[in-house]
Design a binder for this molecule. Structure first.
Ligand SMILES: Nc1ncnc2c1ncn2[C@@H]1O[C@H](COP(=O)(O)OP(=O)(O)O)[C@@H](O)[C@H]1O
Ligand SMILES: [Mg+2]
Length: 339
């Protein structure tokens, strides 16, 4: 089992403690190992960026934490502790009392959360009423304040709107407001800005960062886009083929990536490329999760791979609070040459 990443001040208990989490989907054609041996901790007010290519297991990690994996999927091992309470063994009823209350999840498509036939006000009422006693008028007061906090103008009128009457960015702001209405300790945001314009994405990122800090919420920000996390997250976990291959404080990881996959992701960000120069790409594609290569799953695409990489890579400490699962983590000298 991998050691949880720890960048918290001493004596602060983590809000969320994930260790050795593994989730599979048992399909007729074989077993998909979506998430394998994932471990990390999150403290109050801390933002973790969970990054990796599409299909690397980010969403399944979020769903596993929130107890939302359904057949043929199954969490096969590991532990999810929320304030020290184990969630993986709770009944569906007990989980329902926690979801939308102490843990909430924001999806990429707001319509996953919003009900098209209810007004925004009714949706707020449902979420509040599911977890605490509250009159409709009191819920509307809370909802109005929440909409102001996420930057929605004329919030009172918006409460009478149906989701289709709002723009995509507005709908996502509503989802964010709903996700925070019951004062959760943990928010899992699964690529909530991916489908939005870049300018709206930036506004929402700044707003989320402010709200999370003000309320001391621990947040997991799932994204395939490494450039989003730099100024936004405190720590970073990079996923490849279901595993966290590198983790640590965000600036340290980005200034000196240890895993060749992290370096490859960074080199493929267009913004860092000089005009006229070629954009680096990671060769090949992610292996099928039905048939992962032995040892390091990245070795088939890694320019540094050697024979040893066919064995399971060790988890090595590459600095304070930093780990990489690699036989040959990149050195600072190699990183200077890369740049
Ligand atoms: N409901 C499902 N049934 C079968 N396989 C699934 C299901 N959901 C996810 N997977 C598989 O699990 C792996 C991880 O998926 P996911 O977590 O959605 O990736 P990401 O969010 O990083 O793009 C992928 O190979 C995907 O095909
Ligand atoms: Mg996903």
């Amino acid at each position: 089992m991998t050691e949880p990443l720890n960048t918290m001040p001493e004596n602060e208990q983590p809000v969320l403690n994930i260790s050795g989490l593994s989730t599979v989907y048992n399909l007729k054609i074989g077993q998909v190992k979506s998430v394998t041996d994932v471990s990390f901790e999150l403290a109050r007010g801390e933002i973790l960026g969970l990054v990796g290519e599409s299909g690397s297991g980010k969403s399944v990690t979020g769903l596993s934490i929130a107890g939302l994996i359904t057949a043929p999927g199954r969490v096969v091992s590991g532990s999810v502790l929320l304030h020290g309470q184990e969630l993986t063994t709770l009944s569906e009823n007990a989980l329902r009392a926690i979801r939308g209350n102490d843990i909430s999840i924001i999806f990429q498509d707001p319509m996953t959360t919003l009900n098209p036939v209810l007004t925004i006000g009714q949706q707020f009422f449902e979420v509040i009423h599911a977890h605490r006693k509250c009159s409709y008028s009191q819920a509307m007061k809370e909802a109005e304040t929440a909409l102001i906090e996420v930057g929605i103008p004329a919030p009172r009128e918006r409460l009478d709107n149906y989701p289709h009457e709002l723009s995509g960015g507005m709908r996502q702001r509503v989802c964010i407001a709903i996700s925070l209405i019951n004062k959760p300790s943990v928010v899992i945001a699964d690529e909530p800005t991916t489908a939005l314009d870049v300018t709206i994405q930036s506004q929402i990122l700044h707003m989320m960062q402010r709200l999370v800090r003000e309320r001391d919420v621990a947040m997991i920000w799932v994204t395939h886009d490494l450039s989003v996390v730099a100024g936004f997250c405190d720590k970073l976990a990079v996923m490849y083929a279901g595993r966290i291959v590198e983790a640590g404080p965000v600036q340290q990881v980005l200034s000196n990536p240890a895993h060749p996959y992290t370096a490859g992701l960074m080199d493929s960000i267009p913004g860092d490329c000089l005009p006229g120069s070629r954009l680096e790409q990671i060769p090949g594609t992610q292996p099928s999760p039905l048939q992962l290569p032995s040892g390091c799953a990245f070795r088939t695409r890694c320019k540094y791979a050697r024979n040893e990489c066919a064995e399971k890579p060790p988890e090595v400490a590459v600095g304070s609070g930093r780990t990489a699962q690699c036989f040959f983590p990149l050195t600072e000298v190699q990183n200077v040459r890369r740049k």
